[in-house]
Write a protein that binds this ligand. Structure first.
Ligand code: ADP
Ligand code: ASP
Ligand code: MG
Length: 440
């Protein structure tokens, strides 16, 4: 069994769906196809939810009208057979009827998650109708039957495994399954999701649950590049990454992968391939346990970081100080990304600012507290980093004009991270592209 996940741009136009059909029927290996919503849809659903949350019903209605018109046009261009087209129009209308009904009832967070789920529900149904029209035998497998998160909002592969095994058992002899990425059920059995970009995570979880031969992530670029192509001019694809390297890049901002999407594949040792739907024969990136290549492979950046600096002379020669600090973060379920210490000060970074005020209040008695917002972590990722290419010299030469607030190395041999003001992010990625890779 293999997993093939297609992102929003890969299904965002009727002609792309036709390409996806060609790709998923290329060989005979049983396949689970995981689809995202059509590109732009989840953003539109987020705006609809936001408008409803702030009581702007007219604005929400207009957004639904625009999205509905987009889907009508999409169906018209995608399907040719009148009988299949009529079924598709009827099905998609049901989803829009649901959105229009929500306009009339009182809004809450659970309802918002139902709204956000509509994108993947619609894209998979549209693709299924297209396969039907093309005479391709397949099964539409509802992700809400098997994809779940626990009371800590964490997915458990063992639970997903037992549920998806049951779902698959209902379809003996079938070899092509289509399912939704991103959506799941939470511990209360409500519709929920795996956060933005979560279809990659769905694919990796399903790959782990069915012990797939490979988890293919098909997107709009030919693999993980050495730097963020949205920021720097020249980037190149990386042929191989280890699970650790890929996980660090995903976690530290390489948008091509959801931050948590590597661990399930890593835990079950399932190779992940990053491939380009528009250029299916390009090599892409292979992510495996023992990847080839040493030295620096890529740079990534993660925005929205807050730095907390706690200074206290009581820390001098004292023990138990770090524990007291960590307990505060534990209490508010806020994970720390970077940490640096000196004899009299500790600096940490967080990206979840939900409880920032309470955390700050509880840290204040421990020392002098400084909270610095609008920061970005820039991470240099690779293998056996310090043993190669005078990395540190090149890195700090390149960054000589950047005001660096923190530096972190030593947690693993795969990552050197620095913290900088977000206003310097683009410049940092550019100078590192030149300094580390000789690229513009
Ligand atoms: P999908 O909709 O298929 O999930 P995403 O938009 O989530 O696609 O991810 C692909 C995008 O990630 C690329 O178009 C690219 O702009 C962006 N990206 C950011 N950093 C990297 C990187 N290091 N390598 C490749 N793509 C990257
Ligand atoms: N459709 C969801 C999003 O846009 C999930 C995904 O595309 O991976 O975030
Ligand atoms: Mg994505």
């Amino acid at each position: 069994m293999k997993i093939m996940k297609f992102g929003g741009t890969s299904v965002g136009r009727p002609e792309r769906m036709a390409q996806v059909k060609d790709l998923v029927t290329r060989d005979n290996e049983p396949t689970i196809v995981v689809l995202s919503a059509l590109s732009g849809t989840t953003n539109a659903l987020v705006s609809i939810g936001d408008a409803m949350a702030s009581g702007e019903k007219e604005k929400a209605k207009q957004l639904i009208d625009t999205l509905s018109a987009h889907y009508s046009q999409f169906i018209n261009d995608l399907l040719k057979k009148e009988s299949v087209k009529a079924k598709a129009i009827h099905t998609i209308n049901e989803h829009f009827d649901f959105l229009y009904i929500i306009l009339k009832i009182s809004f809450n967070d659970a309802l918002n998650k139902d709204i956000l789920a509509q994108g993947e529900l619609m894209s998979t149904k549209l693709f299924s109708f297209y396969l039907e029209e093309m005479g391709v035998d397949h099964v539409l497998l509802p992700a809400l039957d098997f994809m779940s998160i626990d009371s800590n909002d964490e997915p458990q592969v063992s639970v997903i495994k037992s549920k998806i095994t049951k779902s698959l058992e209902h379809h003996p002899g079938k070899s092509l399954f289509i399912t939704q990425g991103y959506i799941c059920r939470n511990a209360k059995k409500e519709v929920d999701n795996l956060k933005r970009g979560g279809s990659d995570y769905s694919a990796s979880l399903i790959a782990a649950a069915v012990n797939a031969s490979v988890c293919e992530i098909w997107t709009d670029i030919d693999g993980m590049h050495n730097n963020d192509p949205r920021v720097v001019k020249s980037t190149r694809p990386i042929e191989q990454l280890s699970f650790e390297e890929a996980a660090e890049l995903a976690y530290f901002g390489a948008k091509i992968l959801h931050p948590a999407s590597i661990w399930p594949a890593q835990q079950y040792n399932i190779p992940v391939k990053l491939l380009n739907t528009m250029q299916p024969d390009a090599k892409g990136t292979l992510i495996v346990k023992d990847a080839e290549g040493e030295g620096v492979k890529a740079v990534a950046a993660k925005d929205g970081i807050v730095m907390l600096k706690i200074k206290s002379s009581r820390m001098l020669l004292a023990y138990g100080f770090l524990r007291k600090i960590f307990e505060v973060f534990e209490k508010y379920k806020t994970s720390i990304d970077m940490i640096t210490t000196s004899e009299v000060a500790v600096s940490v970074t967080i990206d979840n600012t939900l409880h920032l005020d309470q955390i700050a209040k509880e840290l204040q008695p421990l020392g002098e507290l400084e909270v610095i917002v609008d920061q970005t972590i820039v991470s240099v990722v690779g293998n056996k980093l310090t043993q190669h290419d005078n990395l540190m010299t090149k890195m700090f030469d390149a960054l000589c004009d950047i005001p660096v607030n923190m530096i972190s190395f030593g947690g693993s041999l795969h990552n050197v991270s620095i913290l900088i003001p977000t206003t310097h992010k683009n410049e940092s990625l550019k100078v590192l592209n030149k300094g580390l890779f000789g690229l513009d």
